[in-house]
Ligand binder design. Structure first.
Ligand code: ADP
Ligand code: ZN
Length: 434
């Protein structure tokens, strides 16, 4: 049964959303100005006072927040409430050194629960669902974030967490999982394990998947949907905002609805100016309802675009296009800009190879080398050496055409590349710049 309160929140009128945004932005700015010395200083430097912020459109008067600001104030320098009000902490592995901290008040946890509930409801999860959660539990926000949202909807939740693939399969079969939540790479991992074990997927109850926490592509979706006989939905989030459930794909699968009454999104160009609607840029988000550690204009470095066009599903919140990369993971190989997602796109369109790949970048003398390791489709394992050579040459030619870079392609037996139980490590960059 659809929860009426959740449905109403998904379908706020555009006027209501705008009003909530303006009202919440005013309260937020006052809250951080009064309680976070970092923001007071930044606003003072810009000559902006809380009373200057009247509507959501005034957002560009406010200062940005960078990941390095979080690091510089590690662990609690950006708290806007006293430590006594904090009831939970999570952390994500930082790119360098210290982790990124998320600190929640009771109210923050309630809001997170509502937002993940709204998100999961878009994937058809309700009180009849059995939700198998194979995101990691613990400091990582994935497991617990989705967990409370699913419980809030009245679903039966199986907190499997990551790891022990065989046991995951048994639990999914025996408990009759109808929904699977995990990273897309682990979904493929599970699907392969099912095939190996000879599980008859059509006899399982699985209907829907909620996959996120790492970039994936349309072709990967098709593959997962075929392998698991499900509808695969993309979920987006980041620890700095709360965790998963910031944005979520509905049944239309034409972008992820970002909960605009809780997050004020901006898409900015390279000069940090607003990009025209529909144009790609960096996603910058202001938290509108967070109390414990609210952030103004947080630079996610995720590249996407935003549309306010009405969605056939009836949800009124704007949609983000699937995250296509980050403006900081771009590889420059012999002067050519290459996104790992571009390489993935190309590989997934080629018959005879699987979605398991690894990109290795090295430097010989002054020359960058790119090696792409890909696993062969198990059906091709009996091919002759000549066939495999021809296939690698073909893959290399396709990569060179789509990414404009020469790659050495190494096809390897199915199952030979390291499997991850969380985020796949797709890129190994061995170059040193110092
Ligand atoms: P998470 O728990 O989502 O992994 P982190 O804070 O560790 O949270 O990482 C957040 C980052 O993960 C995002 O900024 C984005 O780059 C990436 N990410 C999360 N969800 C998605 C998604 N659905 N598609 C692409 N990238 C994603
Ligand atoms: Zn929709």
């Amino acid at each position: 049964m659809i929860d009426q309160q959740i449905l109403a929140a998904q379908r706020l009128s555009r006027d209501e959303i705008h009003q909530l945004q303006s009202q919440r932005l005013r309260a937020l700015v006052r809250h951080v100005y009064d309680n976070v010395p970092f923001y007071r200083r930044k606003m003072d430097e810009r000559g902006v006072k809380p009373q200057d912020i009247r509507t959501a459109e005034d957002i560009d008067l406010l200062p940005f927040t960078e990941k390095s600001d979080l690091r510089d104030h590690y662990p609690f320098g950006l708290l806007a409430v006293s430590r006594r009000e904090i009831v939970r902490m999570h952390a994500s592995s930082g790119t360098t050194g210290k982790p990124t901290v998320a600190a929640y008040t009771r109210e923050d946890l309630d809001n997170w629960t509502e937002l993940t509930a709204r998100s999961l409801a878009l994937a058809g999860i309700d009180d009849t669902s059995v939700v198998h959660i194979a995101y990691g539990y613990g400091l990582f926000t994935g497991g617990m974030g989705v967990h409370y949202g699913a419980e809030r909807l009245g679903a039966a939740v199986v907190p499997a967490s990551g790891g022990n693939t065989q046991r995951q399969l048994t639990l999914m079969e025996d408990f009759g999982a109808t929904a699977l939540c995990c990273t897309p790479s682990y979904a493929i991992n599970l699907a392969e394990a099912m095939q190996e074990k000879g599980v008859d997927i059509s006899r399982m109850q699985l209907k829907t998947g909620v996959f996120g926490a790492e970039p994936w592509s349309e072709s990967m979706r098709t593959r997962i949907e075929k392998m698991l006989h499900i509808q695969a939905h993309d979920i987006y989030g980041l620890t700095e905002m709360m965790g998963p459930g910031v944005a979520m794909e509905c049944e239309a699968k034409q972008g992820l609805h970002i909960w605009e009454d809780a997050f004020l999104p901006e898409i900015l160009d390279e000069k940090q100016q607003a990009a025209p609607e529909g144009e790609a840029g960096e996603l910058v988000i202001t938290t509108l309802v967070k109390r414990g550690m609210p952030l103004l204009r947080y630079r996610t470095h995720d590249i996407t675009c935003l549309t306010h066009a009405p969605c056939p599903c009836g949800c009124t919140h704007a949609r983000l296009r699937r995250i296509t990369g980050r403006n900081d993971d771009m590889l420059i190989i012999r002067g050519v800009n290459v996104f790992p997602s571009q390489i993935e796109q190309t590989l997934l369109q080629i018959e005879g190879i699987t979605a398991n790949y690894q990109i290795i970048v090295d430097r010989r003398g002054a020359l960058d080398t790119l090696t792409v390791m890909v696993e062969l489709d198990p059906a091709r394992m009996s091919d002759t050496v000549r066939d495999v050579e021809a296939l690698s040459a073909y893959v290399a030619a396709q990569l060179s055409a789509s990414c404009l870079v020469h790659a050495t392609v190494k096809l390897c037996p199915a199952g030979s590349l390291a499997r991850s139980e969380g985020k796949a490590k797709r890129v190994i960059d061995n170059r040193r710049y110092e």
